[in-house]
Design a protein around this ligand. Structure first.
Ligand code: GDP
Ligand code: FO1
Ligand code: CA
Ligand code: CA
Length: 311
């Protein structure tokens, strides 16, 4: 079976680990969000691609959900001793090596998709991991503070400000001119089914859907989504702050309506969200808390069996 999944960071990566367990032997292509990417100290950092790669490859810091296990922070301390900014983004020593390899390959002219493939040679995530685009796009957030109204990089809003200032607008800079990375549209075209994991609907899935051509390709497929909102709350993360920014309520119903019935054929909600409904969409209620590998595998299995009933 050929499965395509979109993915952000932690929510997407954990779900994918469950999907691998639920569908052994299937061919899984993951289209990763690169809107979170940022250049720091001259190095290109791709948090969501790395979170998927490390999580599926066994190198993730399980507690934190991002970054490397067994990490140290000597380089960060030394950079701080030089007074080099930004100091609000914590890159670990092991993680630095990934960004050095990536940046070296990008500087040599390799596209991000080939760089990602080379990094995955080491981690063997067991899926084919593709960036949504080889073109550089970045999510920026409009905020207002004592310096006035301005746009900052998504990571500055998310990590430095911890979303404490309301996002007045969220946009993917460079989206209009971006094209899907090689293999993305082909994988969607050949897929037996597409799964949207419980990733952030605005800055993970919403971002991927903004790359011209991706949404249209998905609309021709059987697409099952897993709600990232349980009982009106994002389980972890700040999806509520992102939804509010685009005028969408934090609920499983509102996220389904945001995606729409042209895209979504099946929608898994948590048991407390049983009443959710939309014309043209089959909704099922299941426990959706990814609090153990077994529970996560069961969520993925439920998404697969819902997809089979829709074929
Ligand atoms: P990020 O890039 O690291 O923010 O990760 P993603 O975009 O892939 O996913 C983040 C979203 O996953 C959060 O905003 C939550 O709404 C959702 N999420 C996290 N844990 C769970 C869970 O256990 N169950 C469900 N249904 N959603 C979750
Ligand atoms: N998140 C934080 O809250 N603080 C950090 O210092 C931080 C560093 C970091 C380094 C590498 C990486 O791959 C991810 C990192 N993250 C950090 C997570 C990341 O900023 C966000 O959680 C995601 O981009 C949101 O999807
Ligand atoms: Ca992300
Ligand atoms: Ca469809």
């Amino acid at each position: 079976m050929r499965i395509v999944s979109l993915a952000g960071g932690i929510g997407g990566a954990r779900f994918l680990r469950g999907l691998k367990a639920a569908a052994p032997g299937s061919d899984i292509t993951v289209i990763g969000n690169t809107g979170d990417d940022i250049t720091l100290f001259g190095l290109r950092v791709c948090p969501d691609l790395d979170t998927v790669m490390y999580t599926l490859g066994g190198g993730i810091d399980e507690e934190q959900g991002w970054g490397r296990s067994g990490e140290s922070h000597v380089v960060k301390e030394e950079l701080a001793a030089y007074g080099v900014e930004p100091q609000w983004f914590g890159l670990g020593d092991r993680d630095f090596a990934t960004h050095i390899v990536r940046s070296q390959m990008l500087a040599a002219g390799y596209p991000l998709s080939q760089v990602t493939e080379a990094l995955c040679d080491r981690w063997q995530p067991g899926v084919r991991l593709l960036p949504m685009s080889d073109d550089r796009t970045e999510t920026h957030v409009v905020i207002s503070d004592e310096n006035g109204r301005r746009a900052v990089h998504f990571q500055e809003w998310w990590v430095r400000l911890r979303a404490s200032l309301p996002a007045e607008q969220i946009g993917l800079v460079g989206a209009e001119d971006a094209t899907p990375a090689p293999g993305v549209l082909e994988a969607i075209g050949e897929a037996d089914l597409v799964i949207l994991p419980p990733s952030n609907p605005v800055v993970s899935i919403g971002t991927i859907l903004q790359i011209p051509g991706i949404r249209a390709a998905l609309e021709d497929k059987t697409v099952v989504g897993v709600s990232p909102i349980i009982g009106g709350a994002p389980v972890r993360g700040m999806a509520d702050a992102c939804l509010t920014a685009i005028g969408v309520e934090t609920s499983a119903q509102a996220v389904l309506e945001l995606y729409g019935s042209r895209l979504i054929d099946g929608w898994l909600v948590a048991e407390e969200d049983k009443g959710v409904a939309l014309d043209g969409v089959t909704v099922e209620a299941r426990p959706l808390l990814m609090d153990s590998p077994e529970a996560t595998r069961d969520i993925a299995a439920a998404a697969l069996s819902l997809a089979h009933t829709l074929h």
